[in-house]
Design a protein around this ligand. Structure first.
Ligand code: ZN
Length: 406
């Protein structure tokens, strides 16, 4: 294990700042989700196919919001004054969420000008699953850097200008590394930046107001149910203290898949911004995730998917990703019909952030994951519908799944 990772773990994990309870991962008491990067690449690819540049700008912006908030939390919570000469604090933080081990190419924080190189796990996953693409794809990652550096530059050198990060080389394009350059927005030529900031997307401006630091560190209600799950106990029996490990390359391994850790609010905001126009994309991403993750678990532990207890354990993957506590309440295996309750769902966070709304069901991602897990179990296609969602007033979310086709 690298020296830097050790430092990081002592500083944060050693202080019990990471808690995993079977249905959530908390960093500094903030509920996070942990999602394999291949599924996130799938989501990004589909959003970009449908929304083009708006998708890339949105993902950059949400990354930036998270970078700003993440750094500010540490700065405020621990009274941490960043040292201009030692940026290891910032460098380590990026490894802590799984976006790669950074090297500094240019360090001119005084002028808020930084260049980093990274072999981004995001880009590696993209190229491995979907092949080479003709433009850089690490939009979330460059957003994260821009936000992190902006928060630091604000405290350390009193910079009050918005920073923009551009990725000039990317592994997903076939380059050997990703190069990300951060400068004050006024220092970029318009043609280089290719978008203005703040972005001209009303939902983003709104998100910026909603996802404030105070909101992010709000205190959460205790979960309805004991969050411990069959899957969590199973993994513990395999001597896994928590299901993810920090890798050498600044990656986070979740049972064999490079994964990203991000506040659940970010996914809620992403859904909110595209809302009705992207329900199917969130659902399809869920199917991709449920199927691929089930396949990894089944093959890693040679699981017998015909057993009812194993099936229940596989549904607990919802909690493994930090998406809540799932409970199978009814099943008819002959007819391939299932009913689930979900406590502490992404919908709960949607409600918390955006309020209730009669007509909104928020958990298309979870519905897709349930279909994907069932497909992984039976090798047949399933359809899952969220019958009731906490966003529209239910106490918990209710999903029903059934087989479709042959
Ligand atoms: Zn890249």
């Amino acid at each position: 294990m690298g020296k830097r990772i050790l430092k990081l773990i002592t500083r944060f994990v050693g202080n019990k700042c990471v808690v995993f309870d079977g249905s959530r991962v908390y960093y500094w008491n903030i509920p996070m989700i942990i999602l394999p990067l291949d599924a996130l690449s799938f989501l990004q690819k589909e959003l970009e196919l449908r929304f083009g540049k708006k998708a890339r700008d949105t993902i950059f912006y949400l990354g930036k919001l998270q970078g700003l908030n993440g750094s500010n939390i540490l700065i405020q919570k621990f009274n941490f004054i960043p040292d201009v000469k030692d940026m290891s604090f910032f460098l380590e933080q990026t490894e802590f969420v799984g976006v790669g081990k950074l090297s500094t190419v240019l360090d001119d924080l005084k002028n808020s000008h930084m260049v980093f190189s990274v072999v981004s796990p995001n880009a590696k996953s993209y190229i491995a699953n979907f092949g080479k693409i003709n433009h850089p794809i690490c939009d979330y990652v460059r957003g994260l850097y821009a936000g992190g550096i902006e928060a630091i530059a604000n405290v350390a050198v009193k910079n009050d200008e918005s920073l923009i990060a551009i990725e000039t080389k990317c592994v997903a394009k076939g380059d050997d590394v990703c190069i990300i350059e951060i400068r004050k927005s006024s220092k970029w030529k318009k043609s280089e930046v290719n978008h203005d900031y703040p972005l001209d997307i009303p939902a983003i401006a709104e998100a910026r107001k909603l996802e404030t630091l105070a909101k992010l560190v709000r205190v959460y209600a205790k979960p309805f149910k004991d969050p411990d799950t069959l899957l969590n106990s199973f993994l513990k029996s395999k001597n896994l203290k928590r299901p993810f490990t920090f890798g050498e390359e600044g990656n986070i391994d979740l049972i064999g898949a490079d994964s990203l850790i991000t506040p659940i609010d970010i996914i809620v905001l992403l859904y909110h911004i595209f809302e009705n126009k992207a329900k199917d994309i969130f659902y399809d991403t869920g199917i991709f995730l449920g199927k691929s993750s089930t396949a990894r678990l089944v093959s890693k532990y040679s699981l017998d998917t015909g057993r009812a207890d194993i099936q229940r354990m596989l549904f607990d993957q919802i909690g493994l990703f930090g998406l809540g506590k799932i409970e199978l309440v009814r099943s008819n295996t002959e007819k391939y019909e299932y009913t689930f309750y979900l406590y502490n769902s992404p919908g709960d966070h949607y409600k918390d952030l955006l309020g209730t709304s009669k007509n909104i069901k928020a958990d298309y991602l979870v519905a897709g994951i349930l279909s994907g897990i069932l497909e992984g179990i039976y090798q047949k296609k399933f359809e899952t519908i969220e019958q009731n969602c906490v966003v529209s007033g239910s106490t918990y979310c209710i999903f029903s799944s059934k087989k479709i086709g042959k």
